[in-house]
Design a protein around this ligand. Structure first.
Ligand SMILES: [Zn+2]
Length: 252
C-alpha cells in the first residue's frame, strides 16, 4: 500500500527530517576543514589557547581550560538572539516575518519590524561556521555549531547533539568518554549535566541524537531517566527504527 508519510519524509520518523540530518552532517563536516579551523582558533584568546595546548600535551587537566573557554564564549564573544526582540526606541515587541532559506547554508532569515517606528532587525540563520563566527549572535544552534568548531580548532573532538524538541548542545571526547557540554548554560551547569534539561526544563524526549560527519548515534539513554518509557513509545510509533535513520544519514 502506498504510504504518503514515507513519501513526504523519506521514511524517517517524525520529528526527524531530511533537512535536519543534512544540516548536521554539513555542519560537522566543517569541523574537518583545516583552513577554517585555523581561523576559528585565532578568535580564542591566546591565554586560553595556551591552556588547551598544555592540556593536550598532558601537562594540565582539561577541567582547567574548559571553564575559561565556556565563560569567554558565553560572556565575551557570543550574543543571544532574543525570540521576541523589543524595539530599543519604542520599547514595543517587534513583528516577525520568517523567510525560509533553500539550503543548510542559509536556513532562513528572521525579519523583525517595530509596529510603531518601523525600525527593523535581520537575523539570518547560517549553517556555515564562518558566517556564524562573523555575526557572533544566535540561539542554541548557532552557539553549538560554532562552539563545536572552536573545540575542534583546539584539538578537542566534539559532536553536536540535538533533542528534536527545541535545543542542541555539544559533547566532548574526554578520556574516551563523550561528555555533555552546553555553551549556552552558565558554568558549572554547562559541563557534564546530561539530565539538566529533563529535570529543569521538563523535557519529554523522543530522540536525542549525536552527530559527527560520518556518524549518527542515539544518545537518548544518556539524557533521560525515562529511557524504558521512551523505548516503549517508539515501538508503538510507525517507522521508529534507528537503523533506518543511521542508513539514511550515511547516504546523504
Ligand atoms: Zn520602534
Amino acid at each position: 500500500m502506498l504510504n504518503f508519510f514515507d513519501l513526504a519524509n523519506n521514511g524517517l520518523p517524525l520529528p526527524i527530517t531530511k533537512d535536519i540530518l543534512i544540516l548536521y552532517k554539513q555542519v560537522s563536516k566543517q569541523y574537518l576543514n583545516k583552513n577554517l579551523l585555523e581561523s576559528i582558533r585565532m578568535l580564542v584568546p591566546v591565554k586560553i589557547r595556551n591552556q588547551f595546548d598544555r592540556a593536550i600535551g598532558g601537562n594540565v587537566d582539561l577541567n582547567t581550560p574548559m571553564p575559561l573557554l565556556l565563560n569567554w564564549f558565553k560572556h565575551d564573544f557570543m550574543k543571544w538572539m532574543d525570540k521576541n526582540p523589543v524595539c530599543p526606541s519604542c520599547n514595543l515587541s517587534m513583528n516577525l516575518r520568517y523567510v525560509k532559506g533553500n539550503s543548510w547554508i542559509i536556513r532562513g532569515v528572521e525579519y523583525y519590524e517595530c509596529p510603531q517606528c518601523s525600525s527593523n532587525l535581520e537575523f539570518p540563520r547560517y549553517g556555515e561556521i564562518e558566517n556564524i563566527a562573523f555575526n557572533r549572535i544566535g540561539r542554541c544552534s548557532e552557539w553549538s555549531f560554532l562552539f563545536g568548531a572552536i573545540l575542534s580548532s583546539l584539538s578537542i573532538q566534539s559532536r553536536i547533539v540535538h533533542d528534536f524538541l527545541d535545543h542542541c548542545w555539544n559533547e566532548v571526547l574526554i578520556e574516551g568518554k563523550w561528555i555533555h557540554v552546553d555553551s549556552t548554560l552558565e558554568y558549572p551547569i554547562s559541563i557534564n549535566n546530561p539530565y539538566y534539561y529533563e529535570k529543569s526544563w521538563n523535557k519529554k524526549y523522543q530522540y536525542v541524537l549525536a552527530f559527527l560527519g560520518t556518524e549518527i548515534t542515539d544518545v537518548t539513554k544518556n539524557y533521560s531517566f525515562n529511557w524504558e518509557t521512551i523505548l516503549k513509545q517508539r515501538k508503538k510509533r510507525k517507522n521508529s527504527n534507528m537503523f533506518r535513520i543511521i542508513d539514511y544519514y550515511e547516504k546523504i
